[in-house]
Design a protein around this ligand. Sequence first.
Ligand code: ATP
Length: 350
Amino acid sequence: PDLGYMDLLSCPVLTLVHHDCLESWKLIGSGGFGEIHRAKHKTWGMDVAIKLLHYNDGTDSCLLREADLMRHGGNPNVLRILGVYQSQPKGERSAIQMGLVMEYMERGSLADLQVALTGPPPWPLTFRIINQIALGMNFLHQLTPPLLHLDLKPSNVLLDDSLNAKLTDFGLAKIAKSTSKVIEEKDEDAAGTTSYMPPEAFRSSRYVPTFSSDIYSYGILLWSVITGKQPYSINVSSLVRFRVLEGDRPDLKYLDRSQADGLVDLTDLMMRCWESDPNKRPTFMGCIEVTKKVYELHKQRVPDAVHSILKQLDNKDKNSSSFASLCTTTQTKNVQLKEHTDPTVKTQAT
Ligand code: ATP
């Protein structure tokens, strides 16, 4: 049976999902912290996503913290965590591999969609995604205690089979406290991808993230979703920092505000979100007021937009799988074999 939000939220310890409960593993992605696999849960009768950490040396506590934070996912635009994966029965400590069992999102991430489309999705869908991200972020900020995401970027926005957006990857999230934890410079890596980081993060090694840090990232994300491009042409982190501190932001020349009703309002919102002064940035409540209005203008045309994009993606998939079937190189065969191998065996073998 499917687990309800309330079951998960009231559950003092997360459900343990043993390796034996899962079958048909497939590697679907990889990030800084580990690999993401898809597998079928035998008794739940549904696909799940499992995030396995690269290493097991004390990072379990990091994973459990992420699991705990993601349990807050009682919102349609925040990814649900279904349990904690364990590769071996308790007792065989050295052989145990831990992971997070999450809702499987059929259409991958917004970053994947951007790569597949080489441009923004049709406007109605773009505006729905923008509104859904703001709704998910507002939910996190309204929790008691509030939750900061601190790593908002296209690869952390996942899409379901109808291209609805959900936020994921709370690995870097910190519970906002009145006496905020000071992040030391050595934690710099944990402060998110440079292009989406606010200028104040570069000004001081004693940077304290706040609600407005997430708002800044949302402003950059708005630009990226609307243009379908990466925020900066340079991808040298230190140069991006330098330019952002100088007041540079993603180029507005890529944005033709006359292309759709509401784009003027969204551009204005985007620029307020990426203000250098954090105090001048809006809240997510303020963002929703704008994004909802713009989404409402185009809402009726969302089903057509979703249909056309799904068709495009499926055609692309068909073409690439028929191409793959033509490839008979050893390398291709190895990749296919690897994808269907039990991840615990693969991890030991590599
Ligand atoms: P990093 O965590 O280092 O910032 P990232 O966000 O790209 O990088 P992951 O969170 O590990 O890394 O995700 C990698 C990719 O795996 C995603 O971009 C997405 O394509 C896929 N993915 C992640 N979670 C899921 C999920 N629940 N369902 C389906 N696909 C997922």
